[in-house]
Design a protein around this ligand. Sequence first.
Ligand SMILES: N[C@@H](CCC(=O)N[C@@H](CS)C(=O)NCC(=O)O)C(=O)O
Length: 282
Amino acid sequence: MEIISEHACFGGTQGFYRHASAEIGLPMRFSVFQPPQAKTGPVPVLFFLAGLTCTEETFMIKAGAQRYAAQHGIMLVTPDTSPRDTGIDGVDASWDFGNGAGFYLDATQAPWAQYFKMYSYILHELRQAVIQEFPVQADNLGIFGHSMGGHGALVLALRNPDVFRSVSAFAPIAAPSQCPWGQKAFTKYLGTDQAGWRDYDATQLMLGSTQPFPQEILIDQGLGDKFLAEQLLPERFEAACAQAGQRLRLRRHAAYDHGYYFISTLIEDHLAFHQRILAVVS
Ligand SMILES: N[C@@H](CCC(=O)N[C@@H](CS)C(=O)NCC(=O)O)C(=O)O
């Protein structure tokens, strides 16, 4: 693991790193905030997955999460949002697909399948790298995210409740098979057969689940979010949770838009939400 930079921050360390990824087949960058408590013993880890057009830096710069992670003694880890420098034709053609838009899935379609393996990268390789390189409680992990990353967090947690003990999201793409962002990405990454989309759709996963996620799920959504009605569809996930008997706290906030001013307003709540679950060691 190569250190790109490290900075003292709220008594802990904000770091940016690069490592060779076998899953992706290229170097990947990620960021870690180590709270001060990590100097004296292993701490829980909270993964944050960012949205379209973001990098491993965006959340760490804009959300203001470190203050609360330092109070609670939680490590924060944010991957990049896609492989970089793949050289694939058209990878940079649009902001909602390709670079900065990996959708936290394992692509099956050429030419994307060669590199776009963000699901396996996060679940296996990044998780192992963090466990190996930082003082963490390996069995005490939570995950959250924003927009495309809210979709990724819900999918990773619902499919791996033995790995992620807590999950929350800001303005997630909650039913990607039913919205233009998701349909565009899934068609290109996963193909036209929608049977292959189900495993990457939180609403479909919830409808098909045999048992609920063990903990309540927290979702915050701004009502001034221009993507709400067409792209995010939290009401579909809400209905699926009601049908599946899943505890969900979906809070709707007047006026807030899709950006990081919304996230920074509610980040304290999300850190406290994860802390309440992660503090109870199973
Ligand atoms: N580029 C898009 C917006 C993309 C966007 O809102 N991205 C969200 C995630 S889905 C984000 O977090 N952007 C980075 C930022 O706000 O700093 C547009 O022009 O409407």
